[in-house]
Each structure stands twice: as C-alpha cells, then as structure tokens.
Design a protein around this ligand. Structure first.
Ligand code: NIG
Ligand code: FE
Length: 392
C-alpha cells in the first residue's frame, strides 16, 4: 500500500474526536513539510527514529559565575558538603564570585549553559536567583534571566531565591536578612517584574520552617507562588508548611517521612526529585517508588548549579531515575515532561505533544524503543530538537 493510503487507513481507524484532530494535524504538517511521512502508532518512523516532547526542567540555578571545582576535589578527599559550607564554601563561595562578576560576563557564561541544555533536549526551564544574597546581586541575576528569556526561544520561568543562605554578616541576625529580602529585594523585583516564583532553602542550618513561612507569605503578596527547596538533608516538617502555603512544588526530597507523604496526598503541590544531585554529592535518592506507591505524582529536574549538580542534562536525570530510583522508563519520561511542566506552571502549553501546545519535540536517532534512552545512559541518542516549531 502507498504511504498516503496507509495514512488514510490509519486515520480512518481512529475513534472520534481523535480522528478529526489527526486529520487537521496531518493537513498542517503536509503544508509545512509536503514530503513528511506520518509518525506511526508504535512511535517510530521508517528509519526507527522516535519523537518525544522536549524535557521540562523545573528546577535549575544555571545562572552563576565561575565554578566550584576545588570543592569537588575537597569532597573526593573526604570533606562533606556541610563541612565545606561551614568553612565559607558552598553557596557563599558562589555568592562571592557572582557579586565580583559583571552582569555582562554572567550573561555570557550562563547563555552557554542554556544553549547546551537546549541541544540536550530541554524545551522549557526554570532558573533561580540565589547566588547574589545582596539587593544588587539578586537583581543582577534576575536581569540576566530576563535577558535570556528575551533572547532565546525556550520557555523560561524565573524564581527569586534570596533566601538561599544567610550571608556571613547576617549569621547571627537572621531577622535582619529576612527584612532585607521582604522589604527591599521583593518590592524592587516585583516593580521590575523579574520573578514568577519564590523559593527558599528550608533546611537545618539554613532557613527554618518559621522563616520560610514568612518568605512564602511575603512572596504571595506580590503574586509569587512558592516552589521550595526542602528535605534535602533533614526532614523537619517543612513539607507541611509548604503545602499549607499553596506551594506549586516541593523540591529535593532526598529524606521523606510517612507524614510528609500523607501531607502531599490530595494537595496541589508537585514533589520534585533531583537525582543528579544525589549522584554528584552522594546523598540518598528520593524514595520515588514509596511515594508513587502511595499514589503521589513525581516530577524530575536537574538542579543544574555549580555546587551540587554541575549538569543540566535531563537525559542523565531520566536514566538515573530508572537506574537508581527504580522508576520505569514510562514513569521517568512522564516525570521529566508533563509533570515537570506542571511544577513550573506551564502544563497548558508544554510537556506533551498535544493539539494547542507548543511544537517542542525531540527526534531521536534510530533506536529500538524509548527504553533505549535510559538504558544506553551516557550515549547521546538525540538527532534533532525542535523548539516552538523550529529546529535549533
Ligand atoms: O539545590 N540546596 C540548595 N541549593 C542548591 C545547591 C547550592 C549550591 O551548593 O550552590 C541545590 O542543591
Ligand atoms: Fe536547587
């Protein structure tokens, strides 16, 4: 049978309303690419290539200055992430570098990371501030994110993370730094419309539950929904506070209690796991199976940042979720696409190949099935990436 007859027969066999939708879609595809062949139900074309929606990476810190390679080697030599942070390394190390670097230079460094993740199949990304920790530093980061939004076709959401760590001079005076965030940073950020979400590092030794509640409440007054770092190293009932404050997502979750799982059930809050972070700093993986068996959804993101995850590769995240967290390839791909889109508030337009959504596609090299994506971890199986209808 000729290919066009095969296509007609295939479409005729679909139930309504799918049949009408496919007809419309196929007509449009032929207008743009007259020689195009239909992608068949097994998901492969004649050469064995498959098509997927692009990744939605709902948690990154990819705007930063310099790197922290020395801390990487310090960890190899036996120091923990916590010990390095207590010596003035960690987030404060990146904050020092960021405040010493010009906005132009930060933009130039960050755009290379953005271009790299687009090539790796990411079609939407959330980027946080949080390495400024001063009014000027935080504004500088958010302006860089704004400039990236303006100059690249990829969907970008900006999150204000002034509450990432207490700067040295505020170590003994937390309330003064929280006042700075609430009374100086937030009004300026809101007046320049620089952020979509608000975040805080809710963790022992960083922001307490009460301090994070203050930050979330202040953010909400400016229309910024919370997306919170929580339960990375310890479980201190932070998830409950996030859910009660209407957080869109709670992220990290390397340590999760039964109570945390109960609180997340029937909430609108998406749990987000960051397996590359667990891999890189050797901490536990999010107990994905336990959470999903309890009926929770899960999103996967990279956490791309200079300290705990210097990688923005969502393909590696999907593979690691399968290999280390025992997620099936189907579960991991859904978690990295449609659930990631939810965790950054864009599921109406991104996260699946659906009529009315952005034409954001990954086209693979010839493969046996999509199982090969996590199976052949470390191999680049992406042939082409389309963002908003254009191959990049
Ligand atoms: O998500 N945990 C808090 N923030 C980052 C790491 C920050 C850093 O070490 O630079 C994270 O892992
Ligand atoms: Fe993070």
């Amino acid at each position: 049978m000729k290919i066009q007859d095969q296509i007609k027969e295939y479409i005729a066999n679909q139930p309504e309303p799918k049949r009408t939708d496919i007809k419309v879609l196929h007509k449009r595809i032929l207008q743009i690419l007259p020689k195009c062949r239909l992608w068949f139900l097994d998901g492969k074309d004649a050469k064995g290539k498959i098509v997927l929606p692009t990744w939605c990476d709902s948690h990154t810190h990819l705007v930063y200055a310099g790197n922290r390679e020395q801390e990487f080697v310090d960890r190899i030599n036996g120091l923990s992430y916590e010990e390095i942070a207590n010596r003035g390394g960690g987030i404060l190390n990146s904050a020092k570098k960021l405040n010493e670097t010009s906005e132009e230079e930060i933009y130039n460094q960050s755009k290379l990371r953005l271009e790299e993740i687009m090539q790796q199949g990411t079609g939407a990304v959330e980027i946080k501030s949080g390495y400024g920790l001063t009014v000027e530093g935080e504004l500088k980061m958010l302006r860089v994110i704004k400039r990236l939004k303006e100059n690249y076709p990829i969907e970008i959401k900006a999150t204000f993370l002034g509450a990432h760590a207490f700067p040295m001079e505020y170590k003994e005076n937390h309330s003064a730094y929280i006042d700075l965030i609430i009374n100086e940073m937030l009004p300026k950020i809101a007046s320049e419309n620089l952020a979509d979400y608000i975040d805080a590092f809710l963790e022992t030794g960083y922001f307490s539950v009460e301090e994070t509640i203050k930050i979330m409440e202040a953010g909400k007054k400016y229309g910024l929904e919370p997306k919170i770092h929580v339960n990375q190293f310890t479980a201190i009932d932070g998830i409950k506070a996030c859910v009660e404050n209407g957080a869109l997502s709670v992220d990290h979750l390397e340590i999760v209690t039964d109570e945390d799982i109960e609180v997340l059930k029937n909430s609108k809050t998406m749990p987000v796991a960051l397996p590359s972070c667990s891999y890189f700093i050797s901490i536990p993986y999010t107990p994905a199976r336990k959470m999903m068996n309890a009926g929770l959804p899960l999103a996967l993101a990279t956490d791309y940042n200079p300290g705990t995850t210097p990688s923005g590769n969502m393909n590696f995240v999907v593979a690691t979720a399968c290999i280390k967290m025992k997620m099936t390839p189907e579960e991991a791909i859904n978690a990295a696409t449609i659930n990631g889109a939810y965790a950054m508030g864009i599921s109406e337009t991104h996260g699946s190949i659906t009529k009315g959504k952005k034409a954001n596609l990954i086209i693979t090299k010839p493969i046996n099935s999509y199982y090969q994506l996590p199976y052949a971890f470390g191999t680049n199986l992406i042939d082409k990436v389309m963002i908003e209808g254009k191959f990049i």
